[in-house]
Design a protein around this ligand. Structure first.
Ligand code: PLP
Length: 390
């Protein structure tokens, strides 16, 4: 006889399959010649051997693991140096290192909010931001994507005595478009709210110094709570929160996902320090990326592909129907091209998309191959459309 748990799991699996939403992992063989247009390694640092060397050296010097949480005995010199480097990059007095971006968002929202806090989130914010507010038992009101008028309306309706926190991605991870940081900051100022920006996809890519969509241009008076992640453009792993002395001390005291976890492996922190150095000494990586983005957009527009309005390395092609999108992703894979195949619930239903990401590591031939394959798929679709239309 099946127990209730086994039955429950089988039912859930069947439902997920029936809805066409079954998710699968694939083992990516680093030596097989797939061209990766799916990752977030925007500057091509993840496989730079200098990061690997720094990581190995960090591990030799400090150990493979940190051995304890930051507050017990796991906070090492290399973590402290990295925090100083991140504070400097973002123009804030202090930064606090977390093991992942997911945990940074959980910890920050949990430590700042409680059931009396009014949290306002862009509808397309990353899942970890919603989960963080839920962990704090704070209610998230969601405003229409990039719609300051809608945010204003929600703020006006919230109780004047409530502490208010407005939360947005800096660069939206599935759309590649940017938050209007000055506009959000202005609205926050009017209502006495704080602004928290998660710049996971902006850091390293945008800004004169690779300091991101917030960085040094928008100081703490506008964006008191800044989150950045280190597993994307910086090519390693982890995340940080940057802000005032008081904010960082508050997180050290109260952020449970900071307190109750082992500190990041020191080699990883050493690799990130090397990435910060390369951000500074090799600005040509950002220029190369900008050139690739411009070229992709120009040629995709000529082909009539459904480009989104994105100035960043995230260049989604919204195909709408998830079966059509999966077909395109499969055909691209057959041709040695890896792209993100994104559907609900990650994006709203009917907005399934290929999430194509560009990297300074791509060469011109890589982009040619991609554009050619997309042109062929576009033509096949058009022929197919003609065949069924009377
Ligand atoms: C990737 C991402 C995160 C999570 O960061 P990890 O370090 O991968 O856990 C958080 N926020 C946004 C917007 C992201 O894209």
């Amino acid at each position: 006889m099946q127990d209730t748990w086994t039955t429950h799991l089988a039912e859930q699996a069947l439902d997920q399959r029936h809805r066409g939403l079954w998710r699968q992992r694939r083992i990516l063989d680093p030596d097989r010649a797939l061209i990766d247009f799916a990752g977030n390694d925007y500057l091509g640092l993840a496989r730079d051997t200098r990061l690997a060397e720094a990581q190995a050296e960090g591990a030799r010097r400090f150990g493979a693991g940190a051995r304890a949480s930051h507050l017990v005995s796991g906070h090492l010199e290399v973590h402290e140096a990295l925090e100083a480097g991140l504070a400097d990059l973002t123009g804030r007095p202090r930064a606090l290192l977390f093991s992942t971006g997911y945990m940074a968002n959980l910890g920050t929202l949990q430590a700042l909010c409680d059931d009396r806090t009014a949290v306002f989130q862009d509808r397309l914010n990353h899942a970890s931001l919603l989960d963080g507010a839920a962990l704090a038992k704070a209610r998230s009101r969601r405003f229409h994507h990039r719609d300051l008028g809608d945010l204003e309306r929600l703020l006006r309706r919230s109780p004047p005595e409530a502490r208010k926190l407005v939360v947005s991605d800096g660069v939206f991870s599935m759309d590649g478009d940017l938050a209007d940081v000055p506009g959000l900051a202005q609205t926050c100022a009017t209502h006495g709210a704080w602004l928290m920006i998660d710049d996971a996809h902006g850091l390293g890519v945008l800004g004169a110094l690779g300091d991101g969509s917030v960085g040094r241009v928008h100081g703490m008076d506008r964006v008191p709570v800044l989150v950045g992640t280190l597993g994307k453009a910086l090519g390693s792993a982890g995340a940080f929160v940057a802000g005032s002395q008081a904010l960082i001390e508050h997180l050290i005291q109260f952020a449970r996902p900071y307190i109750y976890t082992t500190a990041q492996p020191p080699g990883v922190a050493a690799a990130t320090l090397k990435a910060l150095e390369l951000l500074d000494t090799e600005p040509e990586r950002r220029r190369r990326l900008d050139d690739l983005i411009a070229r992709f957009r120009r040629e995709a527009a000529t082909l009539g592909l459904p480009l989104a309005d994105s100035p960043t390395p995230i260049q989604p092609l919204v195909l709408g129907d998830s079966a059509r999108m999966m077909h395109w992703a499969g055909r691209l894979r057959e041709r040695g091209l890896l792209v993100g195949a994104i559907r609900e619930p990650t994006v709203p239903r009917g907005q399934a998309r290929l999430r194509i990401t560009l990297s300074a590591a791509h060469d011109d031939d890589d982009l040619d191959t991609l554009l050619q394959a997309l042109a062929d798929l576009q033509r096949e679709d058009a022929c197919h459309g003609e065949a069924v239309t009377p």
